[in-house]
Design a protein around this ligand. Structure first.
Ligand code: ADP
Ligand code: MG
Length: 742
């Protein structure tokens, strides 16, 4: 494709276009001192004229650096986020209300009106004599002057049929001459930030385009095998097309991202992402970790004795993932494995068995959970399993008294504690481990990358001085991730999946009930409690205000206590002092409390098999994953369980979709799939997941089909063209790559 003329005319010495420096992205700019041309003129002018060297702007490079644009390649790969069609002018007489259109005319009236409020009204007409009003509710004096009577304006905006005829409110405006040419192609609109105007960016990018060569980096063989089938243009071609679409290119495809030029870019980007994740994965195999032999068959080993006392038989799925984990712990490289399994699938025992293997090998294990309630549940369970076998377990949480805390810290530092269980408290500076060899992170998505790194750093001295020593890591999650997502977000992790629930679970019946049937629900609660079952009542989520949420929880508790005087009722929420929280939870697990009123603090981990009825108030405010987690607190025993989702109408479309999903399925994988459909992957996983941070152009919603080819290409490139890998990563990720060093 031929270059538009203007780029050939750009003065290479001018470098990054200086004239536009310091201009925010507004349609019309106040002229700066020492400048004779206005930006609006410039936008047109620079398309047909070479840049004139001007006074040096205040550090233009810094502005671009804000956008992460440091080199010509960065600039050239800074691709438009959308396009505007300014290639044609619609006569005023042909404007259609509701359309976003460009038109042109000459100002014949310009006044500031004060009713109904202060506003600038500019009237223009075109050669046919048709009139258009431009209305500005916020405006500068300079704008009034710029749209003076007699000036020809090219404007673009949403057309409205106003009381006095056609109008545009706050259109983009640029003064033009009668013979100012129209752009020949769609106008790119770039992602930007405050203080960096489109004109400035465009110029900087065009200037970079004129200098840069952008050679193909993919080896012939890779291109032939993986690119050719996609039928996409060469890289430079693709980039040029995207910056300066040809007048006859498929506009819709450019705009919705399906144009072959986009496909080429997205492939490159996904390839970079896959390479980076895979390389991180490979790099891990060069680091040292303690070898922990499998002693399942040695009768004296902790693992063997633990297995012998296990209160139940492991499911097939548990056996399988145990074998995967156990095998990897024997290797001298750090394991980094995600254990995913639905709520209640029995991940804890799998983690405990792995911890036993670490302890058998003479190392310490640590388990970190996101909330104190959950950590405590783990502590209780693992203590019951392991202490009788002679294992010393230490407990570390923020709520510990100073003396207890000192004791726990000492036990961790001396190595007396073989297993340390706790919350974030585990990763605080004061905590040291004698020989940490294995770290378990429950509900890993609730922790940030930094926290996972901090836990890993605690293992430094575990290798008896060996360098780069890292513990094996097991991350657990009850939010199962569909395959393509796992491939893009977690390509640096190995994944073990428990896809089977322990036997004897009774399916949970989920009911949607409008909250005007509250009395009926309360009657059911009474009936369930009086027949010996236990009940959770989950208070409404109030995201905006924790105080309000707390207040609501207390009120809910009081209302229920008044309505159900014959029941023993407990209240648990996040602000309760830990000792009280613990006492209430204890009482509930001993069935002394029949009805537990709770905030979402019970969302994860709480395990009371006798609880078989759950009421969730304002269920429409919760996310799908959260509802699924909450519901997973019931259905853990043999009694038939019911989950009542109480909602207040009217429901939004997504709330309706969520509640319907909850009623229709209890399968965590299916729920995750639908959640993804409803929310999209960004929100679903949170941007903090490493893989997502690397994608600028490809979206997992629309471009999932490209992942498989990108993966295949990545595998082959890593195996056969290591140098090309390095170059490709430098080009596409640059600084971004550090996101995933976690
Ligand atoms: P999650 O995967 O949600 O963390 P847990 O590990 O808390 O699930 O297990 C849920 C419940 O199932 C616990 O009470 C646990 O003791 C029990 N459990 C786990 N594995 C089995 C099994 N194989 N057979 C019977 N019960 C099991
Ligand atoms: Mg769990």
């Amino acid at each position: 494709m031929p270059l538009p003329d203007r780029r050939l005319l750009v003065d290479p010495e001018a470098g990054i276009a200086p004239e536009a420096a310091g201009e925010p992205d507004a349609p019309i700019q106040k002229p700066k001192r020492g400048r004779t041309r206005k930006l609006a003129d410039l936008e047109i002018a620079d398309k047909v004229q070479p840049l004139k060297p001007a006074a040096p702007p205040p550090k233009p490079v810094d502005k671009l650096a804000k956008l992460g644009l440091k080199s010509d390649i960065d600039l050239v790969l800074h691709l438009p986020m959308r396009y505007e069609d300014e290639t044609s002018i619609t006569p005023i007489g042909h404007l259609i209300p509701g359309d976003n259109t460009q038109t042109e005319g000459v100002v014949f009236d310009n006044e500031i009106a004060y009713r109904p409020r202060r506003q600038l009204l500019v009237k223009m007409h075109d050669d046919a004599g048709d009139e258009l009003t431009l209305r500005f509710l916020n405006f500068y004096g300079s704008q009034v002057k710029q749209m003076a009577i007699g000036v020809r304006l090219r404007v673009r905006g949403d057309v409205r049929g106003g009381f006095f005829g056609m109008e545009m409110v706050h259109p983009q405006v640029r003064p033009v001459d009668e013979d100012t040419p129209l752009p020949q192609a769609l106008t790119p609109v770039y992602p930007s930030t405050a203080g960096v105007s489109q004109a400035y960016l465009r110029k900087a990018i065009d200037s970079a385009l004129s200098r840069v060569h952008l050679p193909e980096l993919l080896p012939e063989k890779i291109a032939r095998a993986h690119l050719q089938p996609l039928n996409v243009p060469g890289l430079l071609d693709a980039v040029k097309t995207l910056h300066h679409p040809h007048a006859d290119s498929d506009e819709n495809a450019l705009i919705d991202g399906t144009h072959p030029a986009w496909t080429r870019i997205k492939f490159e980007e996904l390839l970079a992402q896959q390479l980076s994740l895979k390389r991180a994965h490979e790099e891990r195999r060069t680091r040292a970790a303690p070898m922990m032999p499998r002693l399942h068959d040695a009768p004296e080993s902790l693992v063997a004795r633990f297995l012998a006392t296990l209160p139940f038989k492991l499911t097939g799925a548990q056996e399988r993932v145990c074998a995967e984990i156990s095998g990897e712990l024997t290797l001298p490289h750090p394991m980094q494995r995600l254990l995913q399994g639905d709520v209640g699938s029995g991940k804890t025992i799998v983690a405990a068995l792995a911890a036993a293997q670490a302890i058998d090998a003479g190392y310490q294990a640590a388990l970190m959970a996101p909330t104190e309630i959950l950590a405590e549940q783990h502590a209780r369970k693992l203590r019951a399993w392991l202490e009788p076998l002679g294992v010393t377990v230490a407990w570390l949480a923020g709520s510990l008294k100073a003396k207890e805390k000192r004791a726990a810290l000492e036990a961790a530092a001396s190595g007396a504690a073989q297993l340390v269980i706790g919350t974030h408290a585990i990763i605080q500076d004061a905590v040291e481990f004698a020989r940490l060899g294995f770290a378990i992170i429950d509900e890993q998505h609730r922790f940030g990358v930094a926290q996972r790194l901090a836990l890993r750093a605690k293992a430094q001295n575990a290798g008896d001085g060996a360098q780069n020593f890292q513990p094996h890591q097991l991350m657990m999650s009850a939010t199962p991730i569909p395959r393509t997502l796992a491939m893009t977000y977690y390509a640096d992790l190995d994944v073990s999946t428990i896809d089977e629930l322990p036997p004897g679970r009774t399916p949970i019946l989920t009911k949607l009930v409008s909250d005007n049937r509250r009395d009926e629900v309360i009657a059911r609660v009474r009936e369930a409690a009086l027949t010996g079952r236990q009940v959770y009542w989950v208070c409404p989520l109030i995201e905006e205000s924790e105080t309000l949420q707390l207040q609501t929880a207390v009120e809910t508790y009081e209302t229920l206590a008044a309505a159900l005087p014959e029941l023993r009722i407990g209240l648990v929420h996040g602000r309760l002092p830990p000792a009280e929280k613990g006492a209430v939870m204890d009482a509930f697990s001993r069935a002394e409390v029949q009805l537990l009123v709770a905030t979402t603090v019970i969302e994860v981990g709480v395990d009371v098999p006798n609880a078989s009825l759950m009421v969730i108030e304002h269920a429409e405010r919760f996310g799908l994953a959260q509802l699924h987690q909450l519901r997973g607190r019931v259905g853990r025993g043999s009694a038939a369980s019911v989950c009542v989702l109480m909602y207040a109408g009217p429901l939004s479309q997504t709330a309706r979709a969520r509640l319907q999903t909850m009623r229709e399925t209890a399968d965590g994988f299916e729920i995750a799939r639908r959640d993804l459909e409803i929310r999209g992957p960004g929100e679903f996983l949170g941007a903090r997941q490493s893989g997502a941070a690397m994608l600028r152009f490809a979206s997992l919603e629309n471009d999932g089909w490209l992942i498989e080819p990108a993966r295949a290409a990545a595998d082959q490139m890593l195996a056969q063209f290591p140098e090309a890998v390095t170059n490709h990563l430098a080009r596409w990720l640059g600084a971004r790559e550090q996101y995933l060093k976690a």
